[in-house]
Design a binder for this molecule. Structure first.
Ligand SMILES: Cc1ncc(C[n+]2csc(CCOP(=O)(O)OP(=O)(O)O)c2C)c(N)n1
Length: 659
């Protein structure tokens, strides 16, 4: 432990677990020395007694609140996992033992315990800690994660590698009940259960995905937690723990705990049928119980699943009451929970425009249905669900299923609109090709968070969709320059019955949105010349139209005249206009917030080349062939050369022949 860090931490008042647990009596008394500043690694935890561990839990929770109230980030998931995090690091020997998080947004406590306490205030900031879990950041981060439902698959890979090498470390996954709605989790359970390998899956069940969890699995888990088994176990464990305090090695405690756990295995449970020994459910905020059970489960062999019940947002009354809102937050006032407004937008976000437009279109067309994969809030579809409950489907964290489900709806005459973030649609690539593209089904895909997303970083940037969709025959791909055009594109998409149709837009203000305006149908494959020019023509897609107009303004001051074309259809592109522009302008510059590999610029190049036209004067601006880090949008745009201050000299250089 570092002796230098013994000062009492100043932290806001947060309800700690010990207040729930009269037994522990561990509430830090005023004047008590803080312990968290002494925890530099899990080894430091192992030297603590029960009361001190309870105090660490309380301080950890307060520290997370203190930091996230300033930085923003994922709050409620991490607060819910505090005791579980401490118990895991107390019982297991990470990094030798592998603790594999799922999604990783609940791992702020894990970061603090594993030597990153002082850097937590840099979380999600440029060059700071990642908001998720990444082996490049720490050896304690066993596997990189941010998309859901991967933990069991990754853990199984580690278990097989361990067995192959004849080693003997533990593999423990921490998998949320939301993550359990993803098919990949079941592929993992299926494989692990059959293999008989030693793996411990901890099901962190807080009954919440981001929104309340959905589907039969969620109902099944609730039926377990409300069953007599849970209550019996609770009583039994409490009884044993009362009699045998923590710290007693093996012996009586171990024997009695094991007997109790075996007795409460849910008969015929789903997990048992999949080859897992099921244990629990247990209270995920009772440290003593967690530590006792985990200690005992270390000695059990084979695939085991421990069902742990936690409360998302634990300790902060407003976050507990509204964990959906406090799942991910901007900076907020810790006393009241009031979040700081993130700037004054002149127009509503694209996601809000999309939701309003879809509701309007659905009122006129009963065949329109909306699909989300556990992102009802993020995609703006909550209101749609309230207005059209029978035409709204939250399929859980199941993007692949959602896409094929949309295919089934479309082939049966419905007009499905699947609203899925660009980054999460990557999960469904085979479904996009096999179930939608090949059959040319008129499914509308609305890809929110297209382009760079800022603080969530490389796992979440939506910068591949133009490339991965452009490769699929039959797809129409479009990107609006503003909110009004998003409405028009959406109308165009749902009114036609011929093609799969993808519309991508960023998480940003929509520039212009005119409520109650009549939507227009746009001719598919047409571009729009916004400004004529002389020296060059900027071919801009979506978010880059505004950037191109800004470049034009700036360069006009220097006597350089660049045209700006809104290339709202990336596929099919406007071949007639493109060939005309290629003949008219000495320089063409494509601009896109997508990787340059296989993106819009490549499409323009292919078209000119296939038309037998010269491509020498064609330049591309877009994202580089590397994963872009996390940070604020201005920082990231600057880093990749797409910020206004970077674009102006880049285009000037191209026009003047210096690029
Ligand atoms: C493939 C994928 N789709 C959607 C998301 C967005 N997402 C982030 S966290 C989350 C909910 C996860 O719920 P759970 O696993 O229960 O963890 P909890 O937040 O409740 O701790 C969702 C849907 C994601 N990370 N990955």
């Amino acid at each position: 432990m570092s002796e230098a860090l013994t000062d009492k931490m100043s932290v806001p008042a947060v309800r700690g677990s010990q207040q729930e647990s009269a037994r522990s009596g561990a509430e830090a008394r005023p004047g008590t020395r803080a312990i968290l500043p002494l925890i530099d690694s899990p080894a430091d935890l192992k030297r603590l007694g029960q009361n001190e561990l309870e105090q660490v839990a309380s301080e950890l929770r307060q520290y997370i609140v203190e930091v996230v109230s300033k930085t923003g980030g994922h709050l409620a998931p991490s607060l819910g996992a505090v005791e579980l995090t401490i118990a895991l690091h107390y019982c297991f020997e990470a990094p030798r033992d592998k603790i594999v998080w799922d999604v990783g947004h609940q791992a702020y406590g894990h970061k603090v315990i594993t030597g990153r306490r002082d850097r937590l205030p840099t979380i999600r900031q440029y060059k700071g800690l990642s908001g998720f879990v990444s082996p490049t950041e720490s050896p304690y981060d066993a596997f990189g994660v941010a998309h859901a439902s991967t933990s069991i698959a990754a853990g199984m890979g580690m278990a097989v590698a361990r067995d192959t090498a004849g080693e003997d470390y533990h593999v423990v996954t921490v998998t949320g009940d939301g993550a359990m709605t993803g098919g990949l989790a079941y592929e993992g359970l299926n494989n692990a259960g059959h293999s008989g390998r030693d793996i411990l899956v901890i099901l962190n069940d807080n009954e919440m995905s981001i929104s309340p969890n959905v589907g039969a699995i969620s109902t099944y888990l609730t039926s377990i937690t409300s069953s007599k088994y849970y209550n019996r176990l609770k009583e039994e464990v409490r009884y044993i723990l009362k009699k045998v305090p923590l710290g007693v090695p093996a012996g009586e405690l171990a024997k009695r705990m094991e007997r109790s756990l075996k007795e409460v295995v849910v008969p015929g449970g789903l997990f048992q049928a999949l080859g897992f020994q099921y244990y629990g459910p247990i209270d995920g905020h009772n440290l003593q119980e967690l530590i006792s059970v985990l200690t005992n489960l270390k000695a059990v062999k084979g695939p085991r699943l421990l069902h742990v019940i936690t409360k998302k947002g634990k300790g902060l009354p407003y976050a507990e009451a509204n964990s959906c809102v406090y799942h991910g937050v901007t900076a907020f006032d810790p006393a009241s929970g009031t979040m700081t407004a993130s700037g004054k937008a002149t127009a509503p976000d694209y996601c809000k425009v999309f939701a309003e437009a879809l509701s309007r279109l659905a009122s006129d067309n009963e065949r329109i249905v909306a699909i989300t994969a556990a992102m009802a809030d993020g995609t703006g579809l909550v209101k749609f669900g309230e207005k059209h409950p029978t035409r709204f489907f939250d399929v859980g964290i199941a993007e692949a299923y959602g896409v094929t489900f949309a295919g089934g709806l479309a082939i049966s005459g419905m007009r499905p609109v699947a609203a899925i973030y660009s980054t999460f649609l990557q999960r469904a690539y085979d479904q996009i090709i096999h179930d939608i593209g090949v059959q040319c089904l008129p499914v509308t895909f609305c890809l929110d968070r297209a382009g760079l997303v800022g603080a969530d970083g490389p796992t979440h940037h939506g910068v591949f969709d133009l490339s991965y969709l452009r490769a699929v025959p039959n797809f129409v791909i479009a990107a609006p320059k503003d909110g009004d055009e998003l409405c028009d594109l959406l109308k165009t998409a749902v009114d036609q019955e011929v093609y799969p149709f993808a519309i991508r837009y960023p998480k940003r203000a929509s520039r212009r949105f005119t409520p109650d305006r009549a939507f227009r149908t746009l001719p598919i494959g047409t571009w729009e010349t916004l400004h004529e020019g002389r020296d060059a023509c900027l071919l801009a897609v979506g978010s880059m139209v505004e950037a191109a107009e800004n470049v034009r303004e700036e360069l006009l001051k220097e006597g350089i005249e660049v045209a700006v074309v809104n290339c709202r259809f990336v596929k099919p592109l406007d071949g007639t206009l493109l060939r005309e522009l290629a003949a008219r302008y000495p320089i063409l510059v494509t601009l896109e917030e997508n990787t340059l590999r296989g993106g819009f610029g490549d499409g323009v190049h292919e078209h000119l080349h296939e038309s037998g036209l010269e491509t020498g004067a064609l330049h591309h601006i877009g994202l580089p062939d590397r994963f872009v880090t996390h940070g604020s949008m201005p920082q990231l745009l600057d880093e990749v050369g797409l910020s206004p201050q970077a674009l102006v000299p880049r285009v000037r250089g191209i026009v003047k022949g210096r690029a």
